[in-house]
Write a protein that binds this ligand. Structure first.
Ligand SMILES: C[S@@+](CC[C@H](N)C(=O)[O-])C[C@H]1O[C@@H](n2cnc3c(N)ncnc32)[C@H](O)[C@@H]1O
Length: 468
């Protein structure tokens, strides 16, 4: 983050605006909207600017800038076309530790103006850190269309109830739950429909009948997908943004984690091969413990919680303890990685079925039912198989799978670091020894892999194409 977004309270405080043209006028409009007393200094002042400042009780000084004008001001803007004057204003302000913005000159700014979506009291500021103001403005235009103007009235309505709700609920969690229900339910809908009085009545009623001691919280077992945050479901995102606690493991990408509610407690429980930061029993107990405290717990798991995710064990424990839960499916690695690698898992000509198989072998010996995996016209996807690649390939070939069967390894699928290595059953081990693709990775075995050379569309592929 290049700049920390903050909101500045300028009500009844002095702001110095150096410059009197169109640009200064635009800045002055913003300053007066925020309730500032604006002091303008310039040799000439735009008539509209003069009128605006007078109407809002500010001061217009026709003349030269000098540093004494910085006395008692809280914020400074230089909006002139005289570069040396802009620089002087900058250095004078910095010497007094005053925040200063020199329009269109980021190196001379200690703060920047964001593009603003104003639904006061709700205000959204979008900044590109000076890199691309046009991009920030385009995003603003999108948000303008997505956020109905009713949000402004909704903000004002609930603002009027804030103290009463605070007095009604002693715990922060209960208060938050109450507000989330109000802001996503009938009250909000009535405001958006322009029926503000009905909305206020419903809010009164909800406050009267609210029951603080609704006891246990809830656990949401959420599939976070393979890494690319755009592959989350809407439901996953909504629950992640409501969570009080997020219990997550290693395969959840930082970009996905970043979308959780800002002030949720984030608890890492690891789960690397042979290194479980917290054993499964401990994770189960943790979920129960937090839910019993009335918290909404998101258990965030890579891919889909019910595919090699031990999700079943976690909800069994919740059920046994009477904790309510929901399960949200996620896009599993086989589906996501094959898609991003350009390998359709089934194909009318090459594969009519697909099997998801764990590549983890007990004591590294072959306890897999290889004879079931070698049928023609099916695709096999191995999860957790990178470290047993050699045994998997040898086992398949020993049970009759031809050595020239195409194979792909998809590593860190869907992320910008995704790599795809293709080869054949009888040479993929050597290729991987050379390429050293890192975990997490899936291994796809079957004729469909040969389509990859034509269908690849994302990231890069290594190694020669096995076939076709
Ligand atoms: C314990 S399993 C969890 C699977 C997860 N529940 C799912 O549905 O994708 C972990 C394995 O999933 C695979 N995996 C998960 N994310 C991956 C990714 N982004 N790229 C490649 N493989 C991935 C790897 O085989 C990894 O060893």
């Amino acid at each position: 983050m290049d700049y920390l977004p903050l909101f500045f309270d300028l009500k009844n405080r002095q702001a110095l605006l150096v410059g009197g043209g169109d640009v200064a006028l635009r800045k002055a409009r913003l300053l007066v909207r925020a309730g500032a007393c604006v002091r303008v200094v310039s040799r000439e002042v735009h008539a509209e600017l003069d009128e605006l400042i007078e109407r809002h009780g500010g001061q217009v000084i026709i003349g030269e800038y000098h540093s004494a004008l910085l006395d008692d001001v809280a914020l400074v803007i230089a909006a002139t076309d005289d570069e040396s004057l802009n620089e002087r204003v900058h250095y004078d302000a910095v010497a007094r530790s005053l925040p200063v913005n020199v329009v269109d000159n980021p190196p001379l700014c200690t703060f920047v103006f964001p593009a603003i979506v104003d639904r006061s009291p709700i205000v959204i500021g979008i900044s590109s850190g000076g890199q691309s103001p046009v991009l920030a403005r385009l995003l603003r235009a999108r948000l303008e269309t997505l956020i109905p103007s009713g949000y402004s009235r909704l903000g004002k309505l609930v603002g009027g109830f804030r103290d009463r709700v605070k007095a009604r609920f002693s715990s922060v969690n209960a208060r938050r739950k109450f507000w989330e229900e109000i802001l996503q339910g009938e009250v909000a809908e009535r405001v958006f429909a322009g029926r503000d009085e009905e909305a206020a009545g419903l809010l009164e009623q909800a406050l009267d009948t609210a029951d603080e001691g609704r006891g246990v919280g809830e656990v949401y077992l959420v599939g976070a997908g393979p890494g690319d945050p755009e592959l989350l479901t809407f439901k996953a995102l909504r629950l992640m943004q409501q969570a009080d606690v997020v219990v997550y493991d290693r395969l959840v990408s930082p970009q996905v984690l970043d979308l959780c509610r800002r002030d949720a407690d984030l608890i890492y429980v690891g789960k690397k091969r042979d290194d479980h930061s917290l054993p499964q029993q401990g994770i189960n107990a943790l979920l129960v413990e937090h839910a019993r405290k009335g918290r909404r717990v998101v258990r965030l798991k890579g891919g889909d919680p019910f595919i090699f995710g031990r999700g079943g064990e976690e909800i069994e424990e919740l059920k046994a303890n009477g904790i309510p839960f929901q399960v949200v499916p996620g896009i599993t690695a086989a589906s996501a990685c094959s898609t991003y690698a350009g390998i359709p898992l089934t194909h009318r000509e090459y594969a009519q079925s697909v099997k998801f198989v764990t590549g983890q072998l007990k004591n590294r010996t072959s306890d897999l039912k290889f004879d079931e995996l070698v049928h023609p016209n099916q695709t096999i996807v191995f999860y957790m198989g990178l470290h047993t690649l050699e045994q998997l390939c040898a086992g398949l070939m020993a049970h009759g799978k031809p050595g020239d069967t195409p194979v792909a390894i998809v590593s860190q699928g869907t992320s910008p670091e995704q790599r795809v290595l293709t080869g054949r059953l009888d040479d993929i081990v050597a290729r991987q020894q050379h390429a050293q693709l890192p975990a997490p990775a899936i291994i796809i075995v079957g004729e469909v892999v040969a389509l990859q050379s034509r269908l690849a569309w994302f990231g890069c592929t290594e190694g020669e194409q096995a076939d076709g």
